[in-house]
Design a protein around this ligand. Structure first.
Ligand code: ADP
Ligand code: MG
Length: 451
């Protein structure tokens, strides 16, 4: 086998090990020749030699064996002169050994194709987090380290991290970006301990350009993982490598986290994703509808449905998204457009589960406060406009923001009939379109109640 032959194998090897691994580990090797059953290589460092031998030895051997059948072993010499092989990768019989999995330690967790900046809808609650993520994704000099993103479940932390990763890779394909969850970090750490490969583990983590660890609250209380994480973290910060961390709460709210880690985490930029508001939810729904309609062309969605969903399913975007997916699948199955009836039907369980915590009491109190009248005036019998209108507004909001039935709402408004409630709700629906003052009142009250 010649150097030329080695050159011709490169594409195939690259395909087997992946581009990143190829660039990091295989490309730096020089083929030195074959002696008996040994293929000799020169590696830039002992570490690279041993890493290749452990992780890609089989891939290389099987390729070489196709050209030079007799080769059974690989030797790696370090380039700085002396010829003594520092590592010998020995393969007894190729067929008996299972293919070596591409090294788990170095591989980034898979990234979701849909989680890009393009598909991320920006609104008030997430604009800061989004701007910070964008900034980091530009690459360039590290200005804040780490970037710490936190917020409740389903608010877009993972989405933003994947988006950063995609963007960085698009801008600089050679950048070594490692994304993984804190759980995966721990798993790989434990595996390295078990396999006595801590040196590799350390070297690999310390050789990344950008490290992203998702859901870092997971390592709270796991002492040795924390310890290792802390060292990795420090090593990277010292080298001015960007670190991006996410958690479901602020650093000082994560229990069982060592203080030195906590303060390290706080030392960069800490930004939170706030719970979604109505506008953001509506925006997200609108953008997801486009994606759904690409999948189910021609499927109509009646106006009002998205607004209803944005009202009723609050905070968690994942649930919102799931609701929409189900709605489209269901509607296409029965061949009907998506209207309110179908929505209520199809999503009964979701709507029940995300039932607003807003109570009728609360609405009545807020409305009384807003119009500067007494609660007893809202509940009482008087029909003068100054009381009747706020009462209708309160009824309307109860219908909108709670899942109470009309008769039930009626009962809670001084024992009124459900037709009275229905009339009140209709009246406000009309007024909302004609009277901008009413529309504004409703909007303010809704915000106050939801906030
Ligand atoms: P987290 O990691 O904070 O729990 P994810 O990033 O997994 O949440 O988001 C949950 C789902 O909601 C994902 O499908 C994500 O694409 C979607 N999502 C969250 N926020 C947004 C947003 N602002 N725009 C578009 N999609 C979003
Ligand atoms: Mg997540």
């Amino acid at each position: 086998m010649t150097r030329d032959d080695w050159g011709k194998m490169q594409d195939g090897i690259c395909e087997s090990v992946g581009e990143n691994n190829y660039a990091n580990w295989i490309k730096p090797l020089a083929f030195a020749g074959i002696e008996d059953d040994i293929a000799h290589f020169v590696a830039p460092s002992a570490f690279i030699g041993s890493f290749v031998s452990q992780n890609f030895g089989d891939v290389i051997l099987s390729r070489i064996a196709k050209v030079s059948g007799g080769v059974r072993r690989l030797h790696f010499n370090v380039s700085k002169g002396d010829a003594a092989p520092i590592v010998a990768a020995e393969t007894k019989r190729l067929a008996e050994r299972p293919a070596t999995p591409v090294n788990d330690t170095v591989r980034s967790a898979p990234l979701d194709k849909r989680f890009t900046f393009d598909t991320f809808v920006v609104g008030k609650p997430n604009e800061l987090a989004h701007a910070a993520a964008r900034r980091v994704a530009e690459g360039g000099p590290v200005t804040f380290n780490p970037l710490f993103l936190y917020g409740g479940v389903g608010l877009g932390k993972t989405h933003l991290m994947h988006a950063i990763s995609w963007e960085l890779k698009a801008r600089s394909p050679d950048l070594n970006v490692l994304y993984l969850s804190a759980e995966q970090f721990m798993y790989r750490f434990v595996q390295a301990l078990r396999e006595r490969r801590m040196m590799d583990f350390k070297e690999i983590f310390r050789s990344v350009d950008v490290l992203m660890v998702d859901d870092v609250q997971f390592i709270a209380g796991k002492d040795s993982t924390q310890e290792e994480f802390f060292h990795t973290f420090n090593a990277l910060v010292d080298q001015n490598k960007q670190i991006i961390i996410s958690a479901d709460r602020a650093p000082d709210e994560i229990k069982d986290l060592e203080n030195r880690i906590r303060s390290r985490l706080q030392s960069g930029l800490v930004v939170d994703l706030h719970p979604t508001d109505y506008e953001l939810r509506l925006g997200i729904l609108q953008s997801k509808v486009e994606a759904q309609q690409a999948q189910y062309p021609g499927l109509e969605i009646e106006s009002g449905v998205l607004e209803f969903l944005a009202h009723r399913i609050s905070t968690n975007v994942r649930v919102l998204e799931g609701a929409l997916t189900r709605l489209f699948a269901f509607a296409s199955l029965i061949g009907k457009p998506i209207n309110m009836d179908l929505t209520q039907d199809c999503l009964a369980d979701v709507l029940r589960a995300s039932e607003r915590k807003i109570s009728i009491d609360e609405i009545q109190r807020k409305v009384a406060e807003h119009y500067n009248i007494r609660l007893s005036d809202i509940l009482g019998p008087r029909r003068v406009r100054t009381f009747a209108r706020p009462r209708q507004v309160a009824m309307y909001l109860c219908k909108q923001l709670t899942s109470r039935s009309l008769p039930e709402i009626g009962r809670r408004f001084g024992g009124r009939d459900h037709t009275t409630v229905m009339h009140g709700v209709r009246r406000i629906e009309e007024l909302k379109l004609q009277d901008s003052q009413i529309a504004e009142d409703l909007e303010m009250l809704r915000r106050a109640l939801e906030g």
